[in-house]
Ligand binder design. Structure first.
Ligand code: ADP
Ligand code: MG
Length: 550
């Protein structure tokens, strides 16, 4: 049988390459919206008519003059790069000059555009070769309106392969959310079938925008941090961290990484983030953490996949280290974020419920104090330490605060010391014996059903319940689980009376821990009552002085 090699028809080539980038409603929306952002838009309106497979994106960006507009949809035409050298200097979201051209092969494309300095706009309809077919003057505001109709109309099998309309719409929403979080300064409006669907108001930072997208979290549940990193070239690292005692998720769905304005997948960096939250959250819970790296483009290779959602980062280890340090910093309680420690949701609800509506202006200078030491003032129920600080009053649970202190000490310095006489244990299973060996204990048979343990963790020295503690360790888990168990067992029990100096020592030690907000099981350690909330609760703004003749 004769075989012939033939060039694929051009339109098929288009479909193949276009298909890699635009394969759904959401990816078409993403490409158009990214063009708007590259054009410097601060206001973007997206209209969807899913049944008609029609999308319109209107922006107030720089617009295009007639010449550029006619050129915009021809193959590989872009205003963003000129040569291959430029690939290493990419600052824009787009650069392949492919999206609009692909859309002409997959759908009907019409663009209206007017440059900021032009007094006239133009409307262009493109043919499926990307060339301008209809060109006419039109009256529009400066900016660009792109309309894509009948998407995948020439390719019914493509449409059939797609998920249900409802799922596609969800995907569009997720896409807009992702992009909005990377560009918090933009105002968004989304329409579906000529009805307003949702809006996103602009914010100064990603953390301020997040509650609009994730309504369960409040501003006070988050800690933001921005670090300038001079090496290897001027870069920035921004973090939004959900405080582990305030919020967490049952799936790792809010660990997000953005690089230079675009959300990306980076399993390596996701792992770094997870590790940084190790032992701060309850079992099977995941942190909220948004990381945005702004790095010199020559440190990034976007060609890991065509949709530019995965990247290779130069000096990965270096970035992992920076990220770990930044998260550590965000989780501490220190000068920088002390005053941001607002009360928990429950308390604020309580205070709100009791609070009369009305404007109250708290004098912020009172909380600006840089002195941040917690001062122990009393113990309640032999369980809670009442601590005072310039911004208000905290209750610290003594057992778990101490557990956090001990746990970090143990992790930093897991030491085993010899015991004399040995500790004798009865009736261990082979699994228990090997578990004890795995965490470093020196254990040997001592007779029928008897074992001798010759060394123990330093912290367990001089404890009467040492044998019990070792039995507990033998029940499994890794070294870290063993460390948690030892910390928990050795920490001051609730119900133990403490003197003021003892409480003060504990507070001082606890404040210096790396993760003071939660214990290694993820339980919150303190409850804060901020002065501002207390003042509101006690209606200190009421002007009653005059009526009382004060
Ligand atoms: P790329 O974004 O990779 O350059 P596209 O095919 O998406 O390629 O866009 C082609 C060109 O059309 C862009 O480089 C830009 O100059 C212009 N363009 C597209 N959309 C807009 C817009 N909303 N506002 C201004 N110019 C735009
Ligand atoms: Mg583009």
């Amino acid at each position: 049988m004769a075989s012939t090699i033939q060039a694929l028809p051009t339109e098929v080539v288009y479909l193949i390459t276009a298909g890699e980038v635009i394969d759904s409603l959401a990816s078409a929306v993403r490409e158009l919206v990214e063009n708007s952002l590259d054009a410097g838009a601060t206001r973007i309106v997206v209209y969807l008519w899913p049944q008609q497979w029609r999308i319109r994106v209107a922006d107030n960006g720089c617009g295009m003059n007639l010449e550029d507009l006619q050129q915009a949809a021809t193959a590989h035409s872009t205003s963003k790069i000129r040569s291959s050298d430029d690939l290493w200097k990419i600052h824009s979201l787009g650069f392949r000059g492919e999206a609009l051209h692909s859309l002409t092969t997959l759908a009907e494309l019409e663009i209206l555009s007017r440059p900021a300095d032009g007094n006239l706009g133009w409307r262009v309809v493109y043919g499926d070769d990307g060339k301008a077919q209809t060109v006419e003057a039109t009256a529009i505001a400066p900016g660009t309106v792109v309309t894509v109709s009948n998407l995948f109309g020439n390719c019914p099998s493509r449409r059939q392969g797609l998920p249900s309309a409802a799922q596609q719409i969800k995907a569009v929403q997720a896409t807009i959310h992702q992009i909005a979080l990377c560009h918090p300064q933009v105002t968004w409006q989304l329409w579906q079938n000529d009805r307003i669907w949702f809006t996103i108001s602009p914010a100064t930072t990603t953390g301020q925008l997040l509650p609009q997208i994730l309504p369960q979290v409040r501003q006070g549940d988050l800690q933001e941090l921005k670090l300038e990193i001079p090496h290897p070239t001027k870069s920035a690292l921004s973090l939004v961290v959900g405080l582990p005692d305030r919020c967490h998720r049952h799936r790792p769905d809010w660990i997000r990484i953005a690089v230079n304005g675009r959300m990306v997948k980076s399993p390596e960096l996701e792992q770094t983030i997870l590790s940084a939250f190790h032992r701060t959250l309850p079992r099977d819970r995941y942190p909220i953490c948004l990381l945005h790296l702004e790095i010199s483009p020559d440190q990034i290779n976007w060609n890991r996949n065509p949709a530019k959602t995965e990247i290779y980062l130069n000096e990965l280890n270096y970035w992992q280290e920076q990220i770990t340090q930044a998260i550590d910093q965000a989780l501490r309680i220190d000068d920088a974020n002390f005053k941001d420690a607002v009360q928990t949701t429950r308390v604020s609800k309580l205070l709100k419920a009791a609070e009369e509506k009305g404007s109250y202006q708290f004098n912020p200078s009172k909380t600006e104090s840089t002195q941040h030491s917690l001062k122990a003032v009393a113990q309640v129920s032999n369980t809670y330490i009442v601590a005072e600080h310039p911004g208000g009053m905290w209750l610290v649970e003594q057992h778990i605060a101490h557990e956090r202190v001990l746990y970090e000490q143990i992790c930093d310095n897991w030491q085993l010391v010899p015991v004399e006489p040995s500790i004798i244990l009865y009736q261990l299973s082979p699994a228990q014996v090997s578990q004890l060996q795995r965490i470093g204990l020196d254990i040997e048979t001592f007779g029928e059903q008897l074992w001798a343990v010759r060394n123990i963790p330093t912290l367990l020295q001089q404890r009467e319940d040492c044998a019990e503690a070792i039995l507990e360790l033998s029940w499994g888990g890794d070294l870290q689980a063993a460390q948690v168990a030892v910390a928990c067992r050795t920490a001051i029990r609730n119900g133990t009376p403490l003197s003021l100096p003892e409480m003060q020592t504990l507070l001082d030690q606890w404040q210096r821990t790396r993760n003071p907000r939660t214990c290694p099981h993820g339980r919150p350690i303190y409850l804060s009552l901020e002065e501002s909330a207390l003042a509101r609760f006690f209606r200190r703004h009421w002007v009653i002085g005059k009526s009382h003749g004060i």
